[in-house]
Design a protein around this ligand. Structure first.
Ligand SMILES: Cc1cc2nc3c(=O)[nH]c(=O)nc-3n(C[C@H](O)[C@H](O)[C@H](O)COP(=O)(O)O)c2cc1C
Length: 174
């Protein structure tokens, strides 16, 4: 039996959705899989797991600080297990900005965390204006405008390429 823990930092739900998708994909009778928010991770003993996957969303160019804190605290433990990291952001909707060597958030994360995950993936997230407050909506609209993305108020687009998520799952299986 392989015990897999998927930890996510998600605000609007897309990183959580991807985490749950990975969990479903990796579910086999001999696997035990748990998905948990970074907010609740203190409540479990992570050492009980053989594999740890961490997913984090980007907001205003940044990762949730709790992700860095978690990694700082558990770096050695993480290195002793099969581990992987995935980043969810809107920039990755663009071809050529959707892999760890071209999406700047991967380099930023590795530099700051000083943790080199065994596997790292970049997934495009979702833009859903109806979920954002006034300030965020205005900011995202502006960013979308300058990066030639959708600016319609009614936009609710999932940019996630699920085939890429499947490929990530396959890599983790091997
Ligand atoms: C307030 C806000 C700020 C964002 N900032 C960025 C950003 O700086 N760079 C980027 O590529 N995507 C950015 N995004 C897009 C998010 O990364 C994307 O919507 C992702 O799906 C969010 O994940 P979550 O639903 O798990 O929170 C931003 C989205 C919001 C709502």
């Amino acid at each position: 039996m392989i015990r897999i823990l998927i930890i996510y930092a998600s605000v609007d739900g897309q990183t959580k959705k991807i985490s749950e998708y990975i969990a479903t994909k990796r579910k086999k009778t001999e696997n035990e899989i748990i998905t948990i928010s970074i907010e609740n991770v203190e409540s479990i003993n992570i050492d009980e797991y053989d594999e740890i996957v961490i997913g984090a969303a980007i907001r205003y160019g940044k990762f949730n600080k709790k992700i860095y804190k978690f990694i700082e605290k558990n770096k050695q433990l993480l290195s002793s297990k099969v581990n992987a990291f995935f980043i969810v952001n809107a920039t990755a909707r663009k071809r050529g900005k959707d892999n760890p060597s071209t999406n700047s958030y991967a380099a930023k994360f590795i530099k700051r965390s000083q943790w080199q995950p065994q596997n790292i993936a970049i997934f495009a997230g979702r833009i859903n204006y109806s979920k954002y407050n006034f300030f965020d909506r205005a900011m995202i609209k502006f960013i979308m405008k300058i990066t030639k993305g959708p600016t319609e108020q009614s936009t609710n687009i999932e940019f996630t390429n699920w085939q890429k998520v499947d490929e990530f799952c396959s890599i983790l299986e091997t």
